[in-house]
Ligand binder design. Structure first.
Ligand SMILES: *[C@@H]1O[C@H](CO)[C@@H](O)[C@H](O)[C@H]1NC(C)=O
Ligand SMILES: *[C@@H]1O[C@H](CO)[C@@H](O)[C@H](O)[C@H]1NC(C)=O
Ligand SMILES: *[C@@H]1O[C@H](CO)[C@@H](O)[C@H](O)[C@H]1NC(C)=O
Ligand SMILES: *[C@@H]1O[C@H](CO)[C@@H](O)[C@H](O)[C@H]1NC(C)=O
Ligand SMILES: *[C@@H]1O[C@H](CO)[C@@H](O)[C@H](O)[C@H]1NC(C)=O
Length: 532
């Protein structure tokens, strides 16, 4: 469930509905598990190893044997109903055939997760497809493959597990040859190859299969490439051509920082948004996106790309520049931004963390106007565009008052009222579960002049004051000045709600004999929340 919710997080906060993700281990499985009696067929279970398309078909009965017989084993956990798994099947078969001649020590395998729940549980599989790599027959702590799910990248990743992840460079000619060989080449210049930083570098090289890695300790190569201290240099055949990451002498290299640097600098300054690029765009974890909407079939629109591209370099790493073709299959993106294709060419700025969106201040799209727009948003000069439903005519007629973006400020921050608001999403199950309790609470307090029980659909209404990230979120806005907000994180029952309201927005200390009410932020309140 958690993974499924996490996916929703991505779908809603990121504007990439086309994002390819794992599919959650959903309820279907539990049903499968319940009706697994076919296992009871006669005869002892065999540990025979069967293959389909050069891929071992593993079960709980032959898994141990496969581990014994193959020193390196990549296992895909899939589900028959998972669409991503189906789409991936030909790529996986291709990888298996590419690897056929490599080494008998290396083998690809697959496990039908729903039919093999024991393995799913043992290896902590939480979604499909998932790849686990086993080495030396070691069944504990396999390494997960998370790279692009294409034959070539699977093969490259495996080869890096087996062989050296990076090439040692001794001469200028070797360095030149490596740099010329690929679009993205990373070279680690390290004075001491025994240093810990070198191990960090190699660990990254093992995983980052979309780049090629080399390293050197040769002073003449330091000199040739103008490097004086330990540095990781990314050579690329586009945009700036090169990006340097000097190693901090005190702190050393950390895997997280270096991989972030490589991800940020390996992206094109302007990324065209489509199915293939969306995971890269969102995987970069650059929180600000500047999106240019154009109709790529129109020359005057395409000409705007020049200025857009020119404005991008100073913002690398801070604002990701993205182009969306409204004539392509991007209706979901337009919908997410609440736009119509006829509005192109136009810009939108979005922070994918807060989901706040910003409208351009001028219609002109030039390098100068794009730069100004970015700067103005980053410095807080431009106010975000906030979505709101219209105020329903009967919003205050029922016990539970209906808030939308447009009346939220006025009602919630009314200094003469204590306002308790439920922020919900229509699809959220925990919200549905507490809906009746909320009605009952409103009914109970409907004659209290100074208490308002309200609700707001957070999927259709955005607020300037804060971003709602989980559903349901309950907040209490006490009467009085100062715009105070108290987040309610305790039990969601009428009794506890009432105590909270009667006590002016705090819960009374539990008496010694009482079961304590979970504290704010405790694990248990989180479990009952659908993460946005
Ligand atoms: C694998 O080896 C066989 C025979 O040795 C050869 O015919 C085949 O082309 C090779 N396949 C690949 C992908 O290299
Ligand atoms: C298996 O791998 C884990 C993690 O790398 C390690 O801690 C453990 O000692 C290994 N077990 C065996 C039997 O080699
Ligand atoms: C893009 O422009 C073409 C004309 O070149 C037009 O036919 C098409 O409808 C436009 N697409 C959208 C989504 O506006
Ligand atoms: C987009 O705008 C055009 C022209 O203003 C209008 O005819 C069309 O119905 C709009 N489409 C949508 C989906 O709102
Ligand atoms: C949640 O529970 C885990 C262990 O069950 C504990 O390590 C962690 O600190 C808890 N977190 C909070 C916020 O209480």
């Amino acid at each position: 469930m958690r993974l499924h919710s996490f996916l929703l997080l991505f779908l809603l906060t990121a504007w990439a509905w086309g994002l390819d993700g794992e599919e959650g281990v959903e309820e279907e499985e539990e049903e499968e598990e319940a009706k697994a009696p076919e296992e009871a067929s006669p005869g002892p279970p065999s540990d025979e190893l069967l293959e389909e398309d050069n891929i071992l078909v593993l079960t709980q009965h032959n898994f141990a044997r496969a581990l014994r017989e193959h020193r390196y084993l990549l296992v895909e956990f899939y589900a028959p109903w998972c669409k991503h798994c189906k789409a991936l099947a030909p790529e996986y078969a291709k990888a298996a055939s590419l690897l056929k001649n490599e080494s008998s020590e290396l083998k690809l395998a697959k496990v039908d997760g729903p039919a093999e729940m024991k393995l799913v549980v043992e290896f902590g599989v939480t979604g499909y497809p998932v790849f686990k790599f086993f080495q030396d027959g070691n069944r504990s702590q396999p390494v997960e493959f998370t790279g692009p799910q294409e034959a070539e990248s699977i093969v490259r990743w495996l080869k890096r597990r087996l062989g050296p992840a990076a090439t040692q460079l001794e001469t200028e000619a070797e360095a030149r040859q490596l740099i010329d060989s690929q679009d993205l080449v990373v070279i680690g210049f390290f004075k001491d190859l025994q240093d810990e930083d070198m191990a960090v570098f190699l660990a990254i090289a093992k995983d980052a299969v979309d780049m090629t890695f080399g390293f050197t300790d040769r002073p003449e190569l330091f000199q040739k490439y103008g490097v004086s201290q330990d540095t990781v240099v990314l050579f690329k055949k586009f945009d700036e051509g090169r990006a340097d990451y000097p190693v901090d002498e005190e702190l050393g290299l950390t895997q997280a920082d270096l991989s972030h640097f490589l991800v940020v600098h390996s992206m094109h300054l302007v990324m065209e948004f489509n199915r293939q690029t969306s995971s890269k765009i969102f995987g970069a974890r650059i929180l600000n996106h500047l999106v240019l909407f154009i109709n790529q079939t129109l020359t005057p629109h395409k000409e705007l790309l020049t200025g857009f591209q020119e404005a991008a370099p100073p913002f690398r790493g801070e604002v990701l520049f993205v182009v969306v073709d409204v004539a392509g299959e991007n209706d979901h993106v337009l919908q997410y931004f609440g736009m119509n294709a006829t509005e192109a060419p136009t810009l939108r700025f979005i922070n994918i963390d807060t989901t706040k969106k910003y409208l351009p201040t001028t219609e002109e799209i030039t390098a100068a106007s794009v730069t100004t727009f970015c700067q103005d948003v980053l410095s807080g000069k431009v106010k975000p565009q906030l979505r709101s439903q219209a105020i329903p005519p009967d919003w205050d007629q029922k016990p539970v008052k209906v808030l939308v973006g447009k009346n939220f400020e006025q009602v919630a921050f009314d200094e003469s009222k204590n306002v308790f608001v439920k922020f919900y999403a229509p699809w959220c199950t925990h919200c549905k579960e507490m809906a009746q309790t909320w009605e009952d609470l409103a009914e109970k307090y409907k004659d209290h002049e100074d208490i308002i029980i309200a609700e707001l659909d957070s999927t259709a209404n955005e607020l300037e004051a804060f971003t709602v990230r989980g559903f349901p979120t309950l907040k209490y806005f006490p009467a009085g000045p100062g715009r105070k907000v108290i987040e309610y994180k305790s039990a969601r029952d009428l009794e506890t709600f009432s105590k909270f309201l009667d006590n002016g927005g705090v819960l009374p200390e539990p008496e010694k004999s009482e079961v304590p009410i979970p504290e704010a932020g405790a694990n248990n309140s989180k479990e009952h929340k659908d993460e946005l």
